[in-house]
Write a protein that binds this ligand. Sequence first.
Ligand code: SF4
Length: 299
Amino acid sequence: MTKDGARTILADVMERFLGVACKRLPDDVYAKLRECAQGETSPLQRAVYESYFENLRLAQQLDRPCCQDTGLLHFYIRCGADFPYIGVVESALGQAVARATASAPLRPNAVDFFTERNTGDNTGERMPWLHWDILPEGNQLEICVYFAGAGCSLPGRAQVFKPSDGYGAVVRYVFDAVSGLALNACPPLIVGVGLGHNIENAGVLSKMACLRPLGSANPHPRGAKLERDLLAGLNSLGVGAQGLPGNRIAMEVHVESSARHTATIAAAVNVSCYTHRRGFITFREDMTYSQSSYKGVEL
Ligand code: SF4
């Protein structure tokens, strides 16, 4: 296959994938949302969840995005070093985003930073945003797409602590972030916590934590315990869906970490809302593909 042929397939498939992913929740998120709804008993919370599920049902029925803020498109990419078409990935994803803006449709959200002009098609300087992991082995291209809405981006924060502040400072930081602006991010939330040594590595890790499949746990027993403890603590705040009184402000808390400098503890918090629009799709070296987020959906 020529590179142009691979680019065409990738752009076409990703345009269709974006059209699906902006309108329905991934299966794991939908199931978790159902579980959270069952944990709420007050009439107010029941009414909010009924409106959530009605909104999701109508998005399917009317073939429209399930939230007006379709965000900016982020792609987290894991590419095997032997995948033959790595050179066309960036341009194909840009084409897919521009075309999906018209065909899905997606709200044009990308604004040039210095002219403040809307680019009109959700592309622009470094947009869509691509994060690459090049894997030393393998010939597949794994793409995680994420729709980064404003409500979920506003509460994001990162800080570097001194070790003398202790790990308790990190826990307080997470609670401050989630009980502050994140109340506006349409809970129940997925809370991603990145722990590392400086701002940028903690920030990336916190987003990767948000994107992890629901039901997964940090591989380290202490990391997994931190996730469970943070979730239990946040869900004891008395806040539920839409930031109103309730029992579940968070669907899950995910923690991702890296080794840290002996003299720093960096923490970042990212949240994602009840319309957690992220999907996984994998392309093989012959450009056949499979998606794993929406059971029964053919692209
Ligand atoms: S927080 Fe999520 S559901 Fe709420 S407006 Fe933003 S993108 Fe939509």
